[in-house]
Design a protein around this ligand. Structure first.
Ligand code: ADP
Ligand code: GN1
Ligand code: MG
Length: 362
């Protein structure tokens, strides 16, 4: 549960001068608790993005922060000549004791970033231009990291995009059905089983391992309020060695349908080919220099796999009693699962058109 008092106390433990003026909840991430903390000091107003980390999910926050420091240091190096590079890379603020996290008396981990002003993240896509800029920003992010050896980073969550394993986990929780919810999810369960063969699509793929974001969804990029440009890729917790097709999959998942991830009315969920076109153009505009032919040829399968995987993850969480994702209503994870499976069906219907579009742009 978010708690302003605890957040205010934690904010005092970071290396920020000035008096705290205001602390409010911020953002709609599914994992951490995020707050915007505003300070007043003699020179200027300044804000930080303070987060209480979810250590049930990120069990080794020290390794995660080491990864993030390596990634942000590399991005600084690559972007250092841009006059506004401070807005283009997340900047970790150290705790007063010099560590990247502050650990409170209850062993809760907190971290802080400079708050990037004049930007917003969006939960739902509202235009092709927005999709283009967001996808371009993720492509630029991968391009900037393409010369950082992947051995420099550790896995923060193992088997994160191991879709066959996600499928097995779904089968296991279904078999136990610990709180008797399977009967409420009959249709979704049948759909999941019917797409089982999609899960291992990349099991033996000969694709290069690169440093990828692994959570490349629309609300993990900040768009500039003035120009609309994707100025800063955020949420770096899962940046680790992976496949670019998984990042592309998350872009298609979150930027090609204007319906919310938790939309109850699933008839509203479908792939919009104009938005898809914008995602493709944005992503390819910044990745042309390094993506290989096999990667290009796997992009659309990547979209299907990630949408399927995400549906499985929401469904498994629903069946298990919602231990993983933050929720705000009962049945939330099942609603989220249904939107993913509806989107997958829609992608399947449009697949040949999607492939044609890709070929014309390449
Ligand atoms: P979660 O892992 O819970 O998704 P995020 O790191 O994505 O957490 O942060 C949640 C939200 O906070 C983001 O969607 C974004 O709106 C906002 N946010 C994160 N970092 C910053 C930042 N440095 N400056 C401004 N807003 C930020
Ligand atoms: C979580 O943290 P957030 O909201 O950006 C999740 C992603 C899922 C996403 C679904 C560490 O992302 O993997 O794709 O929800 N992050 C983690 O919207 O599990
Ligand atoms: Mg996020």
């Amino acid at each position: 549960m978010r708690n302003i008092q605890d957040a205010t106390a934690a904010a005092q433990m970071f290396q920020v001068g000035g008096a705290i003026e205001n602390v409010v909840w911020h953002g709609n991430g599914h994992i951490h608790e995020s707050y915007k903390v505003q300070y007043r000091d003699s020179n200027a107003n300044r804000s930080i993005l303070l987060q209480r980390l979810n250590t049930q999910i990120f069990r080794d926050p020290v390794t995660m922060m080491r990864n993030i420091q390596r990634v942000t240091a590399h991005l600084h190096l690559r972007l250092g000549d841009k006059p506004d590079f401070e807005r283009r890379v997340l900047q970790v603020i150290s705790a007063r004791n010099g560590n990247p996290c502050y650990v409170d008396q209850e062993e809760r981990y907190w971290r802080a970033y400079e708050f990037i002003e004049g930007t917003h993240s969006f939960e739902n896509v509202t235009s092709g231009e927005q999709a283009f800029h967001a996808a371009k920003a993720f492509g630029t992010f991968e391009a900037l990291l393409s010369d950082l050896p992947s051995t420099r980073l550790r896995e923060t969550i193992s088997h994160f995009h191991d879709t066959p394993r996600r499928f097995t986990e779904f089968e296991q929780v279904l078999e136990i059905d610990p709180i008797g919810r399977a009967k409420e999810a009959r249709e979704a369960i049948a759909f999941a089983k019917s797409r089982k063969t999609l899960a291992p699509a990349f099991a033996n793929a000969n694709l290069p391992i690169r440093i990828t974001h692994n959570d490349a969804k629309l609300n993990n990029v900040l768009l500039d309020d003035a120009t609309g440009e994707g100025i800063c890729v955020i949420d770096l917790d899962t940046v680790m060695p992976g496949l670019v097709v998984h990042d592309f999959g998350d872009m298609v998942r979150t930027m090609t349908s204007s319906a919310a991830e938790d939309e109850r009315e699933v008839s509203k969920v479908q792939i919009d080919m104009e938005l898809y076109d914008a995602v493709l153009r944005g992503y390819l505009s910044s990745t042309r220099s390094f993506l290989t032919k096999p990667e290009h040829e796997s992009l659309i399968t990547g979209a299907k796999v990630i949408v399927f995987e995400q549906g499985l993850r929401f469904l498994s969480d629903f069946l298990a009693g919602d231990p993983y994702y933050k929720m705000s209503r009962s049945g939330h994870n099942l609603d989220r699962c249904r939107t993913q499976f509806k989107l997958l069906e829609s992608i399947e219907k449009k697949e040949s058109e999607m492939v044609r579009k890709l070929r014309t742009i390449l």
